[in-house]
Ligand binder design. Structure first.
Ligand SMILES: *Cc1c(COP(=O)(O)O)cnc(C)c1O
Length: 354
């Protein structure tokens, strides 16, 4: 058992666990009984508590509603065949939350508060981690400004919360993507490397236009020339070209994904060549047309890998090769799932045990 910091725990009088129906889950709509909350009072994090998931009361002047100091994380807990709760690389999420906090001029949260809150919350709500293949508990840590003041300056106070949603398998039907050459998700010098709320707001309109044009997702390109691919929707973007795993190098406009990082490590462990560098759309089209590009997929916590079947660029659709069950994306997804559910050895100590 890991020692945790003292946390005040107020249990719910009415657990909703009996209403949980795993066959009727839609992503992000079902919430576990409790949440962890901590407040930054301008000097330190105080009032560490676990309380029932429920309403919060704020005034209309709450700063993040106006100026957007709001950041989040996303990760998952899994239940092993033995019933143990396993969390995939949560310390990476704690570190990334603080990188986002730094960029958005927010308070950083010590890792021991993050990990203590997470650990105690999941111990209390362990029944909410589904014990079923492809099911997991999606964990949403986030932080927002709590000053109630209309002025453009960093808030002095912040709230950190973790709540949880049981989720089923994310659809992994191959997706049709469109290379975006007008709008940008993130610009050089902007906030693209931070997991902040505003990045998502700005992506909704271009994504809606792409959906109206018959695509599932966008491929974001660089903000200066629209020449280099950056991310696939809200996932990192990876390809197999001539047997090499190729992915755009992380930059200040690309989110440093933990799934991406894990897949790169596994490819290296398997002896596969890996290149993290700039990838131009011209190179991709050329590799596609000459048959050297065999796989393209998005990588992220929600779907793990999301294979791509069609890439649309400047009005033309390019079909990707048929997705075979023994391709890299499938093998790496199965292997990652095996690690996450505790079915195989965990050579890099990625799994956190409560
Ligand atoms: C969260 C996120 C990812 C994926 O990161 P993971 O840590 O693998 O879940 C990729 N791109 C963007 C823009 C994201 O917000």
């Amino acid at each position: 058992m890991i020692d945790t910091l003292p946390i005040d725990i107020q249990k719910t009088a009415q657990s909703r666990i009996a209403e949980l129906n795993l066959d009727q889950l839609t992503f992000g709509h079902t919430f576990a009984d409790h949440m962890f909350v901590a407040d930054f009072d301008g000097k330190e994090w105080t009032d560490l508590r676990i309380i029932p998931y429920g309403d919060m009361l704020f005034k209309p002047a709450l700063m993040p509603l106006h100026y957007g100091q709001a950041i989040f994380e996303g990760m998952k807990a899994y239940k092993s065949a033995e019933g143990e709760v396993l969390i995939f690389r949560p310390q990476e999420n704690a570190a990334r939350l603080n990188k986002s906090a730094h960029r958005l001029c927010m308070a950083e949260i010590p890792e021991d508060i993050f990990m203590s809150g997470l650990t105690e919350l999941l111990r209390l709500d362990s029944q909410w981690v589904p014990q079923r293949d492809n099911y997991s508990l999606y964990i949403r840590p986030f932080m927002f400004a709590t000053d109630e003041y209309i002025g453009v300056s960093p808030s002095k106070t912040y709230r950190f919360i973790i709540f949880n949603c049981p989720v089923g398998a994310y659809y992994s039907k191959p997706v049709k993507v469109k290379v975006e050459t007008e709008f940008v998700r993130a610009a050089t010098g902007g906030t693209g490397a931070a997991k902040c709320a505003g990045n998502y707001a700005g992506s909704l309109y271009p994504a809606k236009l792409a959906q109206e044009a018959g695509y599932d997702q966008l491929i974001w390109t660089d903000s200066t020339e629209h020449k280099y691919v950056e991310e696939a929707g809200t996932m990192n973007f990876m390809f197999v070209i001539d047997g090499t795993l190729v992915t755009p190098a992380v930059s200040d406009s690309i989110l440093d994904g933990i799934t991406r990082k894990s897949i790169v490590q596994i490819a290296k462990d398997w002896g596969m060549p890996v290149e993290e560098r700039k990838v131009s759309i011209a190179e991709l089209i050329e590799a596609l047309e000459s048959g050297r590009l065999t796989e393209a997929f998005g990588a992220g916590t929600a779907a793990v890998v999301s294979p791509i079947s069609v890439i649309g660029y400047e009005g033309k659709d390019y079909d990707l090769p048929e997705i075979k069950s023994d391709n890299f994306a499938n093998r790496v997804k199965i292997y990652l799932d095996d690690i996450k559910y505790g079915r195989v050895a965990d050579p890099h100590n990625w799994v956190y045990h409560l």
